[in-house]
Design a binder for this molecule. Structure first.
Ligand code: SAH
Ligand code: SF4
Ligand code: F3S
Length: 455
């Protein structure tokens, strides 16, 4: 890769002005870190970075395939790029990310978007310089749709934020939930070397980073493919031992593998946020079985109970899929019942979207779309009430908050997150962004709590 980076550099240095590149990432945090790696590669090759498509000489769309809507958006963006290409024929356009793994997507690109020059698979990021050289040399298209590749430590990341950093700890997924395309577009689980992760976190903390976000499709599988027997709770312990003022967050945690040991490590740690994102997907055992989730509602509730026995208001958030094929009213009611029973601080809900190639996509679904929409509205309404009710427990308390930016309300309101993952807003000077503060909570909304900074 080094050699190709150098050659692109020399080529670009010959042009009068520094060429500019734009990377637009969609989807989950893992894909965002791939976007940061792509930016690093582009800088290494001598490109400058821009966010304006009209200024760009190279545009990479780093895509998500998890739901149809995500893909439609990308095709929409590609359509919008056509006039730019007409105005600037030398403009190079590339597609990266999860959509590149889908054969039908690649076919559609060939047929309807011939002006897309590059297709860079999720396991082929390091090939970008070589592929770019082909295009710069006059070739119209270069495609490498590799998915499965060993975790590479060759690529660094251009971090967009100085006080928050995402650190992938593993790639891929082995779970094959029947609705989900991720295992097909990201390949099998590959864990990064714990020593490298530890070194990276240590470095980030010493650079002043306040929140380290550990990423994996199921972090609880971490280490299963490594020779030395390390597991996620042990990795957390090692990272927690690093001295400094910082928080550790992680995502996602598959309920089938969320053990009491994991919860103990969280509760005993100094730096790990007291919050678990534990995607349950459904509150019905029959649907969970059809989804291949490998746990029951009872097992899920045992995990919740254990967490709450350690910390009474342990913060929990979850993901729900509404309208899995042929989900009945009773099965959906069971989901509402579970949400009520657990009391999640926040729920991320999605209407089921059939993904071609997955098992669930083969099921003839008889539930009308309208029914799914109504269910979704019902769920959102119920959850709004629950969040409002639960947030009241913070009234009168002092919460430690990491301020992340100016609130949408504008200055002097700042917005941040507490160790429970709750959005906290308070009046303060923007110089507090990227620092911790204690906030006394005085008011609650259904999406956040509001308070006063204590000095
Ligand atoms: N690995 C993570 C999930 C990544 S995808 C985990 O297991 O928690 C994030 C969320 O998208 C999932 O939790 C699920 O709720 C939702 N999702 C995945 N595939 C979907 C589909 N086909 N339709 C609708 N929602 C989907
Ligand atoms: Fe998809 Fe399931 Fe893997 Fe999560 S655990 S990425 S939902 S297959
Ligand atoms: Fe989307 Fe790929 Fe992430 S499908 S959710 S960007 S792993």
């Amino acid at each position: 890769m080094e050699q190709e980076i150098q050659t692109v550099r020399e080529r670009l240095a010959a042009s009068d002005e520094q060429p500019l590149a734009m990377v637009q990432s969609f989807g989950c945090q893992l894909n965002m870190t791939d976007g940061e790696k792509l930016k690093w590669l582009l800088l290494s090759m001598g490109y400058g970075l821009t966010e304006e498509p009209e200024q760009a000489d190279l545009i990479l769309l780093n895509t998500c395939a998890v739901r149809e809507h995500a893909e439609d958006r990308v095709f929409g963006h590609l359509g919008q790029l056509k006039p730019y290409k007409q105005k600037k024929p030398g403009l190079i356009i590339g597609l990266c990310g999860c959509m590149t793994a889908e054969e039908p997507v690649r076919e559609k690109l060939k047929a309807s978007y011939p002006y897309v020059n590059l297709v860079v698979g999720t396991g082929a990021l390091e090939r970008l310089p070589a592929m770019l050289l082909e295009i710069l040399g006059g070739k119209k298209h270069s495609v490498d749709a590799t998915v499965q590749s060993a975790p590479s430590e060759e690529l660094s990341q251009v971090r967009s934020c100085s006080f928050k950093a995402s650190v992938p700890i593993m790639y891929g997924c082995n779970n094959f939930c029947t609705y989900c395309i991720v295992p097909y577009v990201r390949g099998r689980e590959r864990s990064r070397d714990p020593k490298i992760i530890e070194r990276q976190v240590r470095e980030l903390v010493s650079q002043g980073c306040k929140e380290i976000f550990l990423l994996g499709q199921n972090v609880n599988s971490y280490g299963k493919d490594l020779p030395d027997g390390i597991r996620f709770p042990e990795l957390l312990r090692r990272l927690d031992a690093i001295e400094g003022e910082y928080w550790i967050r992680f995502m996602s945690s598959h309920p089938k593998d969320a053990t009491p040991e994991l919860i103990d490590v969280i509760c005993n740690s100094r730096h790990v946020e007291k919050h678990l994102h534990l995607p349950v997907q459904s509150g019905s055992d029959s649907i969970l079985h059809a989804m291949n989730r490998c746990y029951t509602v009872k097992k899920y509730l045992e995990t919740v109970r254990y967490a709450r026995s350690r910390v009474p208001d342990f913060a929990l958030t979850t993901d729900i899929i509404v309208g899995f094929p042929n989900e009945t009213d009773e099965e959906f009611s069971a989901t509402l019942g579970l949400l009520e029973q657990v009391g999640f601080d926040n729920v991320y809900s999605f209407i089921y979207s059939p993904r071609s190639g997955t098992k669930a996509a083969q099921i003839a679904d008889h539930t009308p779309a309208q029914v799914k929409t109504v269910r979704m509205q019902q769920l959102l309404a119920q959850q709004r009430e629950t969040s409002t009710r639960l947030y009241r427990r913070f009234l009168g308390r002092t919460m430690q908050v990491l301020f992340e930016g100016v609130s949408r309300k504008g200055e002097p309101w700042l917005t941040g997150k507490s160790t429970e993952g709750v959005i906290v807003e308070a009046k303060g000077d923007p110089s507090r962004i990227g620092t911790f503060a204690d906030v006394h909570i005085e008011e609650t909304k259904n999406w956040a709590v509001l308070g006063t900074i204590l000095d």
